[in-house]
Design a protein around this ligand. Structure first.
Ligand code: GAL
Length: 976
């Protein structure tokens, strides 16, 4: 396609915008209260946040969620070989896909599902399944959905967006193969326009997902695990990801926002497009407006480039994530017909070889974590509200950077990163500059290049070819592809060795990324003093949440930050290496959260990882306290481990034994007290390594007090609890929105008679819910094989999690938890009114009969048995119902088809429906006359369909009135 360009310049206006949904970023700033062991009741989770989870503003109103009314089949659906030559001939024609991709396939016994959907997480773990993928069988799965497009949609640009399908996928629309996807982390964008059917003629979408394919060595889920959208835009419209507006800081200190809008035209004629572009300030007020006109030839693209000189702006930073908005309207006859909103932030980022990352002129250490898209109970199908909650957990720890390892994240995650204030290393999944794969990298950069959060692109993670000539050539090409699309951000690659090979990729990246190899920082820096350096991945330390002693035989690892992979180091040793070197931009801990799979250093029966700073539920391990002390400067922090419930209420205790106690703070001094008595005072606390004390165990109250200038600024307390007497449910937020989408993680624990969290309880708990549903459960134990679906879960070291989704009724959601011998807990969650986001309505399934052969016209009524000879594809027309035979040719035509009724109808019989027949007609089923239409005027007709298995032959003889159109002018279908 040819590209056209037009350059225009913005003019300042004072008008006030009304369209921008107000969502102040400050209201999202993660709460940073002191929490953890310092909470009086000992629950290591923050108190509930006010209100429901916020929702992201809609940035593309042409999209509607297409997530309800899908059918799912787990496993392959075999396609029979075509029986003969003619069947073979027909099988390869457009629209004629067979098996589960065929229009009329009977999916009535498939499971009804809503998206996002990860079918692997519902599987039981099996030792024979892949260790890295968490011992969960993945396999093949099929999805189908019927779609009705109103006649008014004809002529518009229609797209389907699948934001992520794990892992390989083939997509059919109306029996034509429309897309293949070779990566589970790229969007699949289907141009539906040429395949669409309108009005009563329904559309079938079929997706075959091959999750036997692997792209990672971690749990990847299976199925349509991210959002799916139907997009409807005018014939001339703004393209998907078609607005590029990354602010540029100029040498003279001023800002420029070039806004490049890509348009395309699916219409038949050259069209004039008018663009109006506005820059909105953080309060949604318009501060500048510009625009332009351009003509877009049919089936071509054109680009309009505007520029804003915004003058003085508020800067974006992790501490102050201020967002502006570019709003682009496409106008037709003065009316807005298509709109996109793109949030932007003004910040300068530079990676300096001596000073690390310089953000807005200030050295800013990357206090980062690597994450996968995975959570207990839901696997990879993480609802938006849960994705936000996970990021808020990181923010509360003082984390300011995230590496999206090792793939593009869901778009919503980046939107939240912009709003919460994280800088992000975007990362490509597959290291390959061949066109199919380069397209994945280009898609990612095009989609994500406006985000202020994104500061670096990583083209690979740990590739064995990194120290070869071929590796260098590959990176050169991938970097060049990034450069073409993003003029500003540096490119890195996460290398694990080969840094000193004569040819290695460190020579062709802008920023050197070290995975581990911390002992090489200084050597590399000395050899390449002009090359900026960051740790792209580090740590890989192991902890089981709530365990304070390793038990190798049980595959349990202490949470005292003592054990790490041979290639990694403890949290504290790692950060020391990074913190002490100003030239190292920062680090990315492997990992922020545990994830399914990769159970290193163990294997079965361990099924999830030990690497997380938090467990699979987002419950903090000691590492959370360590990083809070390392990273938070906004508030005093102190963390104390272990809990103080030894002797356990039910087991022989440790009375008199000397216990190891660990405390860490960002304050000046620590005082450790047991039962009010000062045991030890540390006047100059080590913020990085913390302090270990040996304390003879006495039940009661252990307390670590953080001091600054002699004043107590924070304290962490553990008390020896009694036996549990009651369960407790603590929500993440005080309310749940009534939009049918909001979800919440509920913490489950039990308390003793004084209401204190019992950290050692491992009791089985049963849940009942009303006003919503449980979408998953977990407890963070890497060795637990219980299902993460259903309504039961045991506490593990005192904690479990239930994730609930509210329905759209607005009824109060109640969750009850029970275990034998304890008082049950009941939680009533208030509902906050919020309209559901529009969803494409589900369509009740019906069996269509769309494809017919039509004879020539005869003066005499043909015999119903009259048929083209086998293999004759040339004497009878192929026609689809809904299309009339041309007017003028009076006489009789025969319409023939063969169809196999769906199981229910085959067993019980049903009805044949002709929505409209034009002309007089006779309907013959398997050689028998079953209905007759005596009036030539267009009208509906129905006929009984007797029960019977196998293929049926349907013939409709239609006589046209003199000079009039005739035929099967409406849809034909079968109902039960
Ligand atoms: C790294 C790798 C990560 C993870 C980690 C575990 O080498 O990049 O994906 O496998 O090791 O230590």
């Amino acid at each position: 396609m040819k590209r056209r360009e037009l350059l225009l310049r913005g003019a300042s206006t004072g008008a006030v915008a009304t369209l921008l949904p107000a969502l102040s970023t400050s209201s999202l700033a993660a709460p940073t209260p002191q929490f953890g062991p310092g909470m009086p009741d000992g629950l290591p989770m923050p108190p509930p946040l006010a209100g429901p989870s916020p929702r992201l503003p809609e940035t593309d109103p042409s999209r509607t969620l297409l997530e309800r009314g899908w059918r799912f089949h787990e496993g392959e659906v075999a396609i029979a070989e075509p029986a003969d030559h003619n069947a073979t001939y027909l099988s390869v024609k457009a629209g004629n896909a067979r098996g589960a991709a065929a229009l009329a396939f009977d999916d009535s016994d498939w499971q009804a599902v809503d998206l996002p959907h990860d079918w692997a997480i519902a599987q039981d773990v099996r030792e024979s399944a892949n260790v890295s993928q968490g011992y969960r069988p993945r396999g093949i799965g099929w999805y189908r959905r019927l779609l009705r497009l109103d006649k008014s949609q004809k002529g518009r640009r229609l797209e389907l967006h699948f934001d992520g399908i794990a892992t390989h996928a083939t997509i059919w629309v109306n029996g034509s193969e429309v897309a293949h996807s070779w990566s589970g982390y790229s969007s699949v964008i289907v141009d539906l326009t040429p395949f669409a059917r309108f009005g009563d003629e329904l559309n079938w979408i079929a997706v075959r997902v091959d999750a036997t394919a692997r792209e990672g060595w971690w749990y990847e889920g299976a199925g349509l695990y991210r959002h799916v959208w139907l997009v409807s835009r005018p014939a001339v419209s703004i393209e998907t990801d078609g607005v590029y507006c990354d602010p540029v800081h100029q040498d003279d200190g001023t800002w420029l926002v070039p806004v490049q809008v890509s348009l395309s035209n699916v219409g038949e004629n050259m069209a004039e497009a008018e663009i109006s572009t506005r820059l909105l300030d953080p309060d949604g007020r318009e501060i500048h407006r510009t625009g332009g006109r351009i003509s877009v030839p049919p089936l071509e693209q054109a680009q309009v480039v505007n520029r804003f000189d915004p003058g003085t702006v508020k800067l974006w930073s992790p501490d102050s994530p201020v967002l502006y908005c570019i709003e682009v309207d496409l106008l037709h006859d003065g009316e807005v017909v298509d709109t996109r909103r793109q949030f932007i932030g003004f910040r300068t980022v530079r990676f300096d070889p001596a000073r690390g990352m310089v953000l807005n002129g200030v050295e800013t250490k990357l206090k980062g974590v690597c994450i996968h898209q995975d959570h207990t109970g839901v696997g990879t199908a993480i609802p938006d509200a849960l994705a936000l909650w996970r990021l808020q957990r990181l923010k509360a720890m003082g984390c300011n950077a995230i590496r999206m390892s090792h793939n593009a994240p869901a778009k919503e995650v980046l939107d939240w990163c912009d709003r919460l204030g994280f800088v992000v290393m975007g990362e490509n999944r597959l290291f390959n500059p061949a066109p199919d794969y380069l397209a994945q990298l280009e898609w990612m950069v095009r989609r994500d290049r406006n985000h202020p959060s994104i500061v670096l692109w990583s083209v690979f993670n740990e590739e064995p070819m990194q120290g070869t000539h071929a590796g260098v050539e590959m990176v050169r090409r991938m970097r060049a592809a990034v450069r073409k699309l993003d003029r500003q951000r540096p490119v890195t690659a996460a290398m694990n060795g080969s840094f000193y090979n004569p040819e290695n990729v460190s020579s062709v990246v802008d920023v050197m990324g070290f995975n581990y190899y911390q002992g090489d920082y200084d050597k590399f820096h000395a050899l390449h003093p002009d090359k900026p350096i960051t740790s792209s991945e580090d740590t890989s330390a192991y902890e089981t949440r709530g365990a304070f002693g390793s038990i190798p035989a049980q595959q349990v690892i202490t949470s005292f930050d003592k054990e790490a992979a041979s290639w990694g180091a403890t949290h504290r040793d790692t950060w020391k290496m990074i913190a002490e070197r100003p030239y190292v931009a920062g680090g990315f801990v492997w990992t922020g959260f545990d994830y399914h799979g990769e159970p290193t250093p163990y294997a079965w029966p361990t099924v999830s990882s030990f690497f997380g700073i938090m467990d699979l539920c987002g419950f903090p391990k000691t590492a959370f306290g360590i990083h809070s002390a390392h990273w938070r400067d906004d508030a005093p922090v102190i963390w104390l481990a272990p809990h103080w419930t030894w002797p356990e209420y039910e087991a022989p205790g440790r009375e008199g034994q000397t216990l190891e106690v660990f405390a860490i703070t960002n304050a000046e001094a620590i005082e450790l007290r047991l039962n009010g008595e000062v045991i030890e005072r540390v006047p100059a606390a080590d913020r990085i390594m913390g302090h270990t004390f040996q304390v003879p165990y006495r039940p009661g109250r252990i307390e670590a007090v953080a001091l600054r200038g002699g004043k107590v600024v924070a304290r962490a307390v553990h008390e020896t609890t009694g036996a549990p007497v009651a369960l407790r449910l603590t929500p993440a937020r005080q309310a749940l929105a009534s939009d049918g989408e909001d979800v919440q993680a509920i913490t489950v624990d039990c308390v003793d008679s004084r209401g204190r969290h019992v950290p050692t309880a491992n009791l089985p708990v049963d849940f009942t819910i009303s006003g919503g549903r449980i979408i998953g459960l977990g407890n963070g134990n890497p060795n637990d094989h219980a299902s993460e679906k259903g309504s039961k879960r045991a506490l593990f070291n005192g904690l479990a999690q239930v994730i609930v989704e509210g329905d759209a009724s607005g009824r109060r959601l109640t969750l009850e938890a029970r275990t034998a011998g304890l008082r049950p807990a009941r939680l009533a969650l208030a509902r906050a009114p919020r309209a559901p986001r529009p969803q494409v309505p589900p369509v009740p399934a019906e069996m269509p009969i769309t494809d017919w052969r039509r004879s020539a016209s005869f003066a005499q009524k043909p015999d119903p048995a009259f048929a083209p000879v086998d293999g004759d594809n040339n004497s009878w027309d192929f026609v689809r119902s809904g299309i009339a035979a041309p007017a003028g040719s009076s006489g009789w035509r025969s319409y023939r088809t063969r169809f196999t009724p769906w199981r229910k109808v085959a067993g019980e019989g049903g009805t044949l429906h002709f929505a409209q027949i034009t002309g007089t007609a006779e309907v013959w089923l398997d050689g028998k006359l079953v209905a007759r239409k005596t009036d030539a005027a267009p009208a509906a007709l129905s006929a009984p369909l007797s029960a019977g298995t196998g293929a049926r032959t349907l013939v409709v003889l239609i006589e046209a009135a003199q000079g009039a159109a005739s035929g099967l002018t409406g849809r034909v279908y079968v109902s039960a």
